[in-house]
Design a protein around this ligand. Sequence first.
Ligand SMILES: [Zn+2]
Ligand SMILES: [Zn+2]
Length: 864
Amino acid sequence: MADEQEQRYDPAVIEPKWQQRWATDPRLYAAEPVSCGKPKYYVLEMLPYPSGQLHMGHVRNYAIGDALARHMWMRGYNVLHPMGWDAFGLPAENAALKNNTPPREWTLANIAAMKRQFQRLGMGFDWSTEVTTCMPDYYRWNQWFFLRMFERGLAYRKKSKVNWCPECATVLANEQVVDGCCWRHEDTLVEQRDLVQWFFRITAYAQELLDDLSKLDGWPEKVRTMQRNWIGRSEGAEVDFFLAEIEGIGNREQGTELDELIVKVGLQGLDDGSGESRTRIRVFTTRVDTIFGATSVQLAPEHPLVTAFGAQDAGLKAQIAELIEEQKKAREAGDVGAIEKHGVPTGRFAINPYNGERVPIWVANYILMDYGTGAIMSVPGHDARDFEFATKYGIEIRRVIAPHDPGPQEPPLPFLSEDGVLVNSGEFDGLTCSDAQRKLQQIAELGAFGKGTVTFRLRDWGVSRQRYWGTPIPIIHCERDGLVPVPDDQLPVLLPPQVEITQQGGSPLARIPEFLSTTCPRCGGPAQRETDTMDTFVDSSWYFYRYPDAKNDQRPFEPAIARYWFPIDQYIGGVEHAILHLIYSRFWTKVMRDLGLIENDEPVRRLFTQGMVIKDGAKMSKSRGNVVSPDDMIARFGADAARMYALFAAPPDRDLDWQEDGVAGVSRFLARVWRLATKYAPVARSARNQEAEPLSGTSPKLVRKLHQTIAKITHDFEGRWHFNTCVAAIMELVNEIQAADAQLASGEVPAPVIRELLRTLVLLLAPFAPYLAAELWEELGEEGSVLRASWPVSNPALAKEDEIEIPVQINGKLVAVIRVSAGATPAQIEAAALGDEKVRSRTAGKTIVKVIVVPGKTVNLVVK
Ligand SMILES: [Zn+2]
Ligand SMILES: [Zn+2]
């Protein structure tokens, strides 16, 4: 008998042993070449930012992906399961300021530390394809893509209002402004500044980004909805109102279609329709059917016409300046929609092109110059915001839409439904809203005063950052030639290794003369480099295309390799990336397709968003001081227990409430498995060369449980992903095996059957507890890596809860046959017999003296 110490499950011994062995076999987790002929499976978890420490949210994310990768390896797929580092970004600069460590050193040290943690956790990543986005061999391709986009007009510069975080001292994308504050500095209000910035023309793909969402049926509906809303397509019409002051009746051609139309709808006062000499105010509306209810036109404070009015009227100019200031403040607070609405009448009038009506022109603080046309028609009877404004300023409120079946009382205004008919709309009375929209739009087109149009909420992607730690933008500014692209053969434009990081405004690169000064590739004269760097979301927009061909120094990747691996079969990450990362990478994929590099339209076939890890009622975070360190959990319970708990404690898509008792519980379960397997390992080894017969000698219940467990886990890996119930099912299976311990120990169960039972148990555990599975696989005398062993196949006939027929006799005479499940207990059989229709009618009014149940055979009733 070995001593107590040796009899204990000890992950501190088992896990480092296997970690070392795996480290000497880099091919274990490596993908095979495209030519291997196997079906491929690309499973990917979102790459981490190298903060220096993994947290439990990471552990959960990667435990899900790693379980899936291992399962697919065992199913015989050629699996790609890579890992990399989203290594550019601000925290490295902040750390440099704080600790006086250069960003590069800080980042690379963090990567090394986190890589050690990954390896200790036993994650099956193919490190030969590792991608580190801050390294020149990667970011040179960011620059290469930038140049391709520049050539196609997809990268361009414009002066624009930008979100400026004073704390970051850089520009933020709209997506990085959360409730008016910086996404990194939750307490810092974002300011608006005017700057010349680089943009990617993502809006050129707005319609396709929207349309293709319908193809992504492997994505969570909530993510698709978020993207749909973010793209924000709205159909409507643009219509020109005319400035009344410059109105003049021209000589229009009599008898034309336009002329008849003008006469018909009473467009008196409009002239030839050429519009050349008339000042037009173009408004955008989604409800042109309500245009007869427009009782004012409202302009953004920064509308050019407003500027023109202000130039003629000093009092008005001052009021406009106030409105501009109010709007700026509201923008900085992040919600112009919530602004307290103010407006100023200009004393001017606009003419409604459909009825020639003069309506007052107002300037309002909630109208944005960069949305739509910067002008709206205000229809207070049928728009809540317009109603609020008109009520405040006493502007007429007019009903022009009525319900189809007007009741005895008219519905109160504002009446917002589009399910109605037009009233008070002249010629168009009685048309339904949708018919009127179509018709009025056609008239606008005929009359050349408007058109049907589509607008998007999506804006072009601002990629300029005035920071050091990012990809330099490969453009040279020449006084003679303007913007000159850096030639491809001069890439990469290297980030200078040392720079003094300060929090002064402006790009740090502009303060490095050796970087800044260069010669123009076109004229050879002195020139300056662009000093902005790229948004780090550029890095993560295409990194997963680099993995399968990470060492390529001729192109970003080989198209044939991408053709094999894409789209990604399963992508796993947090739902917080639903908008930024996942829209940008979809855009990037479409650009690469149009460059002829890839054939897929979408990068990701299936997306899974896991829940958060919560402790003491809050998301784990350093600032809350409720972080659980994976290192600590590993030291106390082992990596297998920590990983398996992360899968077991909650369905993966829900939030997980971290309970240390739970980890301890999983650890105790793994110890039970270890004891069970090691106890019978000699028997299993002895049966290695014997044919496994059908599972004879064991209870039908155990056989059924085994096959049910195989079926359940296999099914869950195919998309349900209820890994918590998978682990629970393995626990039940272990209970069932232990309940049969007497039969196992006595030899009643043949050795090949014992081997089959334990072998299958280890195979089922392998995706969840890789260290223990490897150890027991070897212990059972099995050859090769458990990772390359075939995943067990469930036999549906054996998994079925089969029923048996049992005859029921009353006083020795057969009266009925009942059906019960094969595993039914005597009490269950008795209850089924007494509940049978025929038995009940034969015993009605009599006394049942005795019930004799012979399990699996008969039920005898003695009745008087
Ligand atoms: Zn900030
Ligand atoms: Zn030049």
